[in-house]
Design a protein. Sequence first.
Length: 160
Amino acid sequence: MKSFLLALAVFTCTAASAQSKSVSGVLDAYYKLKNQLVAGNSSTTATAAADFKTAVEAVNNSNASAAEVKAFETVKQKLQSEAASIAATNDISKQREMFSSLSNNMISLAKATTLSDTEIYIDYCPMKKASWLSAEKAIKNPYYGNKMLTCGNVKETIKQ
């Protein structure tokens, strides 16, 4: 029984480590960043942006196709730079503004690679004229938070 539990623990840790180094780990970190912007807390948003940057840096493309590697490498530096800029400020308005460019690069990546085994929703805010990715159909606007939480619509669905 002990050996089974030990094997299970090793497998779980190995799987978690592999997950964190894949491109799908970038999507998970992106969702966390988006959710902090929705919540409107600049401090936790800065932390989530730093975590996102770390996730981008940790990507290991050894199992990816050549097209996926190219798509990721095209946006990698931009994602790192944008995340660093968001992490460097505690002004929620500036963080939200910078998130727009980061989201555009993530949308390009999501369309060119397999980031998830579930649907990814591309949401659009007509007031901000900006898009973002979401795991759910329900609109939770990161650009305005609780001021206009449900402002926007699902523009497109990416089926992986």
